[in-house]
Write a protein that binds this ligand. Structure first.
Ligand code: H79
Length: 433
C-alpha cells in the first residue's frame, strides 16, 4: 500500500509537472464523464439563428455588406418568428438521430437570442416577438431528453467596447475608442446568465477568437467561471489552433480533423481532447435564400462516417428562416440521415475511431466488442487492407452474410459477395476475440 506521505508527494509531483507544462486545468469527474457522453453521442444539430436571417444573406451579412450599427439596428423590428416551434425542432433533431443541439446564443453581430439584462440588444427587448427563444428551447430539450450547447461569439461587431477592432467589423460606424476589459466583463456577465438560468448546459462553443489573435481574452478567467458554474459543461473554442488549457473538446470547421480544404485550418493541430467536425448542408450557416448548393444525403452520411472514423463527432447545421421555420431541403436530409442511423447506428454511436486511420475508400470504427469497416467509395469486390489484429467472424452488418478474408503478407483481403455493395455504406463487421 502507498503511504499517505508518498501519495501526497506523488500528487505534488503531478501538480508540478502539469504546471511546468503550462497545464493547470484539471477537469472535474463530471466533466470527464460528460466527455465520454459527448464522444458516444457522435451526432448533433447546429443552429445558426439571429436577426441576420431577416436579410436572408447568411450570418456574416453585417460585415460583408458593410452595414453600420445604426442601419443594422433596424433588423430586430422585422424579426418576428411566429412559426418558431421548439418542440418540433427538438423532435426533428431526435428523429435525425442527433443527441445534442448547439444553438447561437450570440453570433458576431452581438445580438442576444435571450432576454439578457446586460444590453437591450436582445430578442426580448428589441423584437416584436418579445420572447426568449433559448429559454423555450432549453425547456423543450430537457423535456425531450436531448442536450443543449450554446455557440457564443467572442467577436462582437455591435458592442462599443469591442476595441481596438480586429480583422473584421471595421465598417460599423462605432466610435474609435472603447475599453476591451469592459467588453470582457459584459461577456462574462452574459455567460453567467446563460449558465444559471437555462438548466444544465452541455457546453459552450466559442468562436471569433481569431479576430484578435494577440488580444488577452482572459480565457482562464472565463473558462474557470464556466467550470465553476457548471462543472460538466464542455468548453470548446473554434480558434483554429491547438487546444488551450481549460478546454474540453476541439472542433474543426467544414473539415475533417487534420484536413484543410477551407484554408483556415492550417494551424489546427489535433490535440488530445474529444473532437468535433461541423459542416453546413448548403454553403451558409445562417439562413441564405439564394444558397441552393445542397449536399446530398449520401455526402452528409459519408461526412458523419468519416468523422466517426477520425474519432470525431459531426455537428450538422441548419439556418432557420426569420419566421422560425427550417426549410424542407434541410428537413428531408435530416430525416433521411435518421433513417440510415436507425438501421446502422450501432456502427456509429458509442464507437471510437477504428484500428485503421481514414482511407480514401472509407473509414473504420470500433466499440468494446466489434470493429466496423465502412466501405464508402470502392466499386470492386476485393479490398486489400492492413491486417487487423484480434478480430474474427467477418460478415456484412446488414445481412449477416459471411465475408471471406484472406491473410496476405502483413495485410488481408476482404472478399465481398457480388451485389453486396450498398450505395451509401457497405459495412463489414468483425467480432473482437
Ligand atoms: O459561425 C459560423 C461562421 O459564421 C463562423 N464559424 C462558423 C461556425 C465563421 N467565421 N468566419 N468564418 C467562419 C470563416 C473564417 C474566416 C477566417 Fe478570417 C479566415 C477567419 C480568419 C481567417 C476572414 C478573414 C476573417 C478574418 C480574416
Amino acid at each position: 500500500m502507498i503511504s499517505k506521505m508518498k501519495l501526497k508527494f506523488a500528487l505534488l509531483l503531478t501538480g508540478l509537472c502539469l504546471a511546468a507544462f503550462g497545464q493547470k486545468y484539471q477537469p472535474a469527474p463530471e466533466n470527464l464523464q460528460a466527455r465520454e457522453w459527448f464522444q458516444d453521442a457522435k451526432f448533433g444539430l447546429f443552429i445558426h439563428w439571429g436577426v441576420y436571417s431577416v436579410l436572408a444573406d447568411g450570418e456574416w451579412v453585417m460585415n460583408n455588406k458593410k452595414i453600420p450599427v445604426s442601419e443594422y439596428e433596424k433588423l430586430p423590428a422585422k424579426f418576428n418568428p411566429t412559426k418558431y416551434d421548439p418542440a418540433a425542432w427538438v423532435r426533428m433533431a431526435k428523429d435525425a438521430g442527433m443527441k445534442y443541439i448547439t444553438i447561437t446564443s450570440k453570433h458576431h453581430d452581438g445580438f442576444a437570442m435571450w432576454g439578457t439584462r446586460q444590453t437591450k440588444w436582445n430578442i426580448v427587448d428589441a423584437t416584436p416577438y418579445g420572447k426568449d427563444v433559448l429559454k423555450a428551447l432549453s425547456e423543450e430539450c430537457q423535456k425531450q431528453g436531448i442536450k443543449l450547447f450554446f455557440y457564443h461569439s467572442h467577436l462582437d461587431w455591435h458592442h462599443p467596447d469591442y476595441y481596438p477592432r480586429g480583422r473584421t467589423g471595421h465598417d460599423t460606424g462605432r466610435p474609435e475608442s472603447g475599453d476591451f476589459n469592459k467588453y470582457l466583463d459584459f461577456m462574462d456577465a452574459q455567460l453567467t446568465e446563460l449558465l444559471t438560468g437555462y438548466g444544465p448546459i452541455a457546453g459552450i462553443w466559442f468562436d471569433g477568437w481569431w479576430d484578435r489573435k494577440d488580444q488577452d481574452w482572459r480565457l482562464d478567467r472565463t473558462y474557470s467561471m464556466i467550470h465553476r458554474l457548471q462543472p460538466a459543461a464542455l468548453i470548446g473554442n473554434n480558434h483554429h489552433v491547438a487546444p488551450f488549457d481549460g478546454e474540453d473538446f476541439q472542433m474543426f470547421e467544414k473539415d475533417l480533423p487534420g484536413h484543410n480544404t477551407t484554408g483556415f485550418s492550417e494551424d489546427a493541430t489535433i490535440g488530445q481532447l474529444p473532437l468535433e467536425s461541423c459542416n453546413t448542408i448548403s454553403g451558409a450557416w445562417g439562413y441564405n435564400a439564394n444558397d441552393k448548393r445542397y449536399k446530398s444525403t449520401k455526402d452528409l452520411i459519408h461526412f458523419l462516417v468519416r468523422s466517426a472514423g477520425y474519432n470525431a463527432n459531426f455537428l450538422l447545421n441548419v439556418g432557420p428562416t426569420p419566421e422560425g421555420e427550417i426549410q424542407p431541403e434541410f428537413q428531408e436530409r435530416l430525416a433521411a440521415m435518421g433513417k440510415w442511423l436507425r438501421a446502422n447506428g450501432e456502427s456509429i454511436y458509442g464507437t471510437r475511431g477504428g484500428p485503421l486511420t481514414a482511407r480514401p475508400w472509407g473509414a473504420t470504427t470500433q466499440n468494446d466488442s466489434k470493429v466496423y469497416i465502412h466501405i464508402l467509395d470502392w466499386e470492386d469486390n476485393l479490398l486489400a487492407i492492413p491486417k487487423i489484429e484480434g478480430v474474427t467472424n467477418a460478415r456484412l452488418m446488414k445481412s449477416g452474410t459471411k465475408i471471406k478474408t484472406t491473410a496476405m503478407g502483413d495485410g488481408m483481403i476482404l472478399q465481398l459477395p457480388s451485389g453486396a455493395h450498398d450505395e451509401i455504406d457497405t459495412i463489414v463487421v468483425f467480432d473482437k476475440k
